[in-house]
Design a protein around this ligand. Structure first.
Ligand SMILES: [Zn+2]
Length: 456
C-alpha cells in the first residue's frame, strides 16, 4: 500500500511508483519536455504565504458546533446554516460568486476567461461526525478557498472556471447515509433516503425543508459531466503512513470501496449453570469465532481491511447463555475483486462455523460501494506539483471514503492527503500542523495551476 518513491526525476522523465494493487500500480511517467513547455517553473515565491492564517480559520470553523463540549456539526442543522454562511462569506472575499444548490451545498464560482466554461471543482465537506476532529473536511474547504483567493489576488484566470463546493453531508451520521451533498451534485442522490429519520424522528425531507430547501427539487443540484473538468480534494490522511514516511503531503491513487454487513448469530439461550458445554448453542461464542476468522481473512487478502466495530448479545445477562448475537462488519479494499473475494471467503467460513456449532448465521449487507480510481492524469499533475514545490512524490490509496468517490460518477477525480498526527481522526484528538496545512493548500494551488495551464 505505501509507496516509497525513490529518485523521482531521471533523464528528463518524471516517475513515481505506486506499489498498491490499484490500477495506478506501476510507473507514472510525465515527459519533462511536455511539463516545461506547458507549465514553466519558478512559481514557489508567489505562493509561499498562502494559508498563513489557516489554523485560526480552522479554529473558527470548529467553534460552530451543536455541542458546547465537543465538535458535532450534522447536516441540515442550525450549525450547518452557520458554517454555510461563514464559508460563503470567505468565498466572496476570495473573489467568488456564491450560491446554494438544491441539496444544500455551498458553491462558489470563479469564472474562467469565457462565461459558462467548465469548472475545475475543488471541495470537501462541511459536516462532521459526533465528537469530531476539527480538520476532517474543514481543511479541504479552506485549502480550496485559499486556492481561489491566491489566483484572484494575482489576477490569474484560466480557460476553465474554478468552483469550490462545500458539501452539505459526507459523514452521514444524522441519517445513516453517506455523501448526500456530493451525490446530489453527481446526480446519484438516492430519493428513498428522504423518508429516513434521525434519532429525533425528523425525516431527511423535513430536515431539508426546515433548512430552506425543496426536497422535490434535489435533482436540480446535479451537474452535467461536460460542465465539470475534474474534481480535486484536499483531506487529512486519517491514517499513519505519511507520518511514518516523514512526509507532509501525498497524492491519492484510489479510494477504497466498502462493504458493510450485519451478521446475526442465532443459538439457544440457556441457564449458565445447568447446560453442559457440549450441549450448548452459544451465539456469542460462535460470533467470537466469526470475528477472529474475519480478521484472519482480511489479513490474508492483501490490501483489504476488515473491522468488527459493534457487537451485542442477547439476553445480555451474566448467568444466561447468549441466544442471539449480532455484530457489524466493515470490509474495505481499493481493488473491488480483492474486497469481493475477501467477503465471499468470510461468508463461507462463517457458514462452516454455523454448521460446526449448530447455530444459524445470517448476513445482511447494508452498504456495498465499489472503489474509485483517481484519474492517472490528475495523479501525475499532483505528483508533478509536489516536485515543483520540493516534496518527495509519494502515492497512497485511501482506505476512507470521500466526496471524491461520489464525484467520480461525473468527473475525473484526484485527491491530496495531508499528514495528521498519529493517523488519528474522527475524534477530538485529531491534529495537524500549520506547516502541513499550508503545504496541502500550496500543493492544491500548484496542481490547479498546472491543470489550468498557468505559466509564470
Ligand atoms: Zn472527511
Amino acid at each position: 500500500m505505501a509507496v516509497p518513491v525513490g529518485n523521482a526525476r531521471r533523464r528528463g522523465r518524471f516517475s513515481v511508483q505506486c506499489t498498491c494493487a490499484c490500477p495506478n500500480a506501476g510507473d507514472l511517467i510525465l515527459p519533462v519536455e511536455l511539463e516545461t513547455r506547458i507549465y514553466g517553473r519558478g512559481i514557489l515565491s508567489e505562493i509561499s504565504n498562502l494559508g498563513a492564517d489557516i489554523m485560526e480559520r480552522l479554529d473558527q470553523m470548529a467553534g460552530i458546533s451543536e455541542s458546547g463540549e465537543h465538535l458535532t456539526r450534522r447536516c441540515y442543522t442550525r450549525e450547518h446554516r452557520r458554517i454555510s454562511d461563514l464559508t460563503a462569506k470567505w468565498m466572496r472575499v476570495a473573489g467568488m460568486e456564491v450560491r446554494e444548490d438544491a441539496v444544500g451545498n455551498v458553491i462558489g464560482r470563479y469564472d474562467g476567461r469565457t462565461p459558462r466554461a467548465p469548472a475545475i471543482v475543488l471541495g470537501s465537506h462541511l459536516d462532521t461526525v459526533v465528537r469530531a476532529g476539527r480538520y476532517d473536511g474543514a481543511l479541504g474547504m479552506l485549502a480550496a478557498i485559499d486556492c481561489v483567493r491566491s489566483l484572484n489576488e494575482r489576477g490569474i484566470r484560466f480557460d476553465d472556471a474554478i468552483e469550490v463546493a462545500g458539501f452539505a453531508d459526507e459523514e452521514g451520521v444524522r441519517f445513516q447515509s453517506a455523501f448526500l451533498g456530493s451525490r446530489g451534485m453527481a446526480g446519484s442522490f438516492d430519493g428513498d433516503l428522504l423518508e429516513r429519520r434521525d434519532e429525533n424522528g425528523i425525516s431527511l425531507a423535513e430536515a431539508m425543508t426546515t433548512f430552506g430547501l425543496d426536497p422535490s427539487r434535489i435533482c436540480d443540484a446535479a451537474r452535467r459531466p461536460e460542465d465539470v473538468r475534474c474534481y480535486l480534494e484536499v483531506h487529512i490522511e486519517q491514517g499513519p503512513v505519511l507520518e511514518i514516511e516523514g512526509l507532509s503531503v501525498c497524492a491519492v491513487t484510489a479510494i477504497a470501496g466498502a462493504v458493510r454487513m450485519t451478521v446475526t448469530v442465532t443459538g439457544t439461550a440457556g441457564h449458565a449453570g445447568t447446560v453442559p458445554m457440549n450441549a450448548r448453542r452459544d451465539a456469542l461464542a460462535a460470533a467470537s469465532e466469526c470475528v477472529l476468522l474475519i480478521e484472519d481473512t482480511a489479513k490474508r487478502h492483501s490490501q483489504s481491511v476488515a473491522t468488527v466495530g459493534r457487537m451485542s448479545a442477547s439476553p445480555g445477562t451474566t448467568n444466561v447463555i447468549p441466544g442471539t448475537t449480532s455484530f457489524s462488519v466493515d470490509v474495505r479494499a481499493s481493488v473491488d475483486d480483492v474486497r469481493r473475494a475477501a467477503v465471499k471467503e468470510m461468508q463461507q467460513r462463517m457458514a462452516d462455523v454455523a454448521a460446526r456449532r449448530n447455530v444459524k448465521i445470517s448476513v445482511e449487507k447494508s452498504h456495498d460501494v465499489n472503489g474509485v480510481t483517481c484519474s492517472s492524469w490528475i495523479v501525475e499533475e499532483i505528483a508533478g506539483a509536489m516536485e515543483d514545490l520540493g516534496h518527495r512524490p509519494f502515492l497512497l490509496p485511501s482506505g476512507a471514503g470521500h466526496d471524491a468517490a461520489a464525484m467520480a460518477g461525473i468527473a475525473d477525480v484526484g485527491m491530496i492527503f495531508v499528514r495528521c498526527s498519529g493517523g488519528i481522526s474522527h475524534c477530538p484528538e485529531e491534529e495537524i500542523t500549520r506547516e502541513d496545512a499550508i503545504a496541502g493548500s500550496n500543493l492544491l494551488l500548484r496542481t490547479v495551476e498546472r491543470i489550468g495551464g498557468y505559466r509564470n
